[in-house]
Design a protein around this ligand. Structure first.
Ligand SMILES: *Cc1c(COP(=O)(O)O)cnc(C)c1O
Length: 429
């Protein structure tokens, strides 16, 4: 049952089998906040981490727990913590090991929300983010010093869609004692970053994992494979007594449970104190969506390949940005790290520039015009006039968003209908 390593089986079975209280087959929604202790000893043991169990939903919840176990199994990790959004996941993933005076080295190819978090909010908190161009993995080594607490990147980042060199950077991290945090939001099932040396994986489950445009959520997965004690100097937050938890040293306190000091500390301190907990209702919806994730990814990829082929041969399209259409080193990375397809995100450039981009978007009938990705429905946006309109022209162009650039997230509708909508909108652009 849950021992399977196959994603199609994991998403249906891992972490749950029939509710012990009712026999329910589908995972129940525990829309509940607090859980009765058996007696005072039980309560004391829970608070002392001698026993793991439900106390209060800000810390853990039975529905969130199934989602955590399921994604842990899917990623080949050791433990996971569900949180309120993808933004909360990236924030906690870093704050769990970095404090004022520390730095992290991040890829320049980032989701806009993460860019703002790193360049502004973390800076205000005293955490420096050094940005490395991932086309040369050695850039990560060059920016590393004694205060570097993590490397951070996205597997399949918008809008350039150049797959990140996970193993290459993880090897540098292994040499220097720096863990890699991967945001795998755009490539679930297609890539398991832990298999390529990543220490921590995060998701915005809002996108492909929940998949149906109904629930915001995030999750942090701990691989359990990083030796925090060996690099004790670099990670005082995990190796020195924590005054907020009766002087516990997380790497020691968690040993009887397993190699999950990072995950347990995140839950017991950041989730406790900052409180960006996952909503059980959203986790229930996310579990439901996740049951078809491998099937959906298959169809997303199949449709996207056909759309990329169609756009490549269209006279009004000057360029198609899709991993399956790249060559050289970018294509090698895509083929190394993505299995079973190249994802559903795609960009293309219109010969007619900004005016054509706007005309195209306004002519779409099936595609939704939204700032989102990973929905079952096909989505489109013209970044130059929306998501990237606040950037200077130079910054916008260097981020890969030219005037005529259109971003697509290809859905799972019938391919004939997707192509027909694109065709009629291109005719008008
Ligand atoms: C959407 C997104 C996020 C942020 O997730 P939210 O759930 O919206 O907070 C982070 N990273 C990537 C790659 C995303 O697409």
């Amino acid at each position: 049952m849950t021992g399977s390593s196959k994603p199609e089986t994991i998403v249906l079975h891992a972490g749950y089998r029939a509710d012990p209280a009712t026999g329910s087959v589908a995972v129940p929604l525990y829309q509940t906040t607090s859980y009765q202790f058996r007696d005072t000893q039980h309560a004391a043991d829970l608070f002392a981490l001698k026993e793991l169990g439900n106390i209060y939903t800000r810390l853990m919840n039975p529905t969130n727990d199934v989602l955590e176990q399921r994604i842990t199994a899917l990623e080949g990790g050791a433990a996971a913590v569900a949180v309120g959004s993808g933004q909360a996941a990236s924030t906690f993933a870093v704050l769990n090991i970095a404090q004022a005076g520390d730095n992290i080295v991040s890829s320049t190819d980032l989701y806009g929300g993460t860019w703002n978090l790193f360049a502004n909010t973390f800076k205000q908190m005293g955490i420096e983010v050094r940005f490395a161009d991932p086309s040369d993995p050695e850039n990560f080594r060059r920016l590393t010093d004694d205060k570097t607490r993590a490397y951070y990147a996205e597997t399949l980042p918008n809008p350039k869609l150049h797959v990140f060199p996970i193993r290459e950077v993880a090897n540098i991290g292994d040499e220097l004692g720096v863990p890699v945090i991967m945001d795998n939001t755009a490539a679930p099932v297609l890539c398991r970053p832990i298999d390529h040396g990543a220490t921590i994986v995060i998701y915005s489950t809002t996108k492909f994992i929940a998949g149906h445009g109904t629930s915001v959520g995030g999750i942090v997965i701990d691989s359990g494979r990083f030796d925090w004690e060996k690099h004790a100097k670099r990670f005082p937050l995990l190796n020195e007594p924590d005054p907020s938890y009766h002087g516990a040293v997380w790497t020691q306190a968690v040993k009887p449970i397993g190699p999950v000091a990072y995950a347990i500390k995140l839950r017991c301190t950041l989730l406790r104190d900052v409180g960006a907990a996952a909503s059980p209702f959203n986790s229930f919806q996310t579990i439901q969506g996740m049951e078809t994730l491998p099937l959906r990814m298959e169809r997303h990829c199949e449709n996207s390949t056909k759309v990329a082929d169609f756009l490549s041969s269209h006279p009004k399209v000057t360029k198609v940005i899709y991993p399956g259409k790249q060559d050289g080193e970018s294509r090698r990375r895509a083929d190394t790290y993505l299995k079973g397809g190249y994802g559903s995100l795609m960009g293309f450039e219109l010969a007619g520039g900004k005016a054509a981009g706007e005309k195209f978007i306004n002519s779409l009938g099936l595609f939704y015009h939204v700032a989102n990705i990973g929905d079952t429905r096909s989505l489109a946006i013209h970044p130059a006039t929306t998501t990237h309109s606040q950037l200077s022209e130079q910054d916008r162009i260097s981020s890969g968003v030219t005037d005529g650039y259109v971003r697509l997230s290809i859905g799972i509708e019938h391919i004939d209908d997707i192509l027909a909508d694109l065709k009629q909108a291109l005719d008008k652009a």
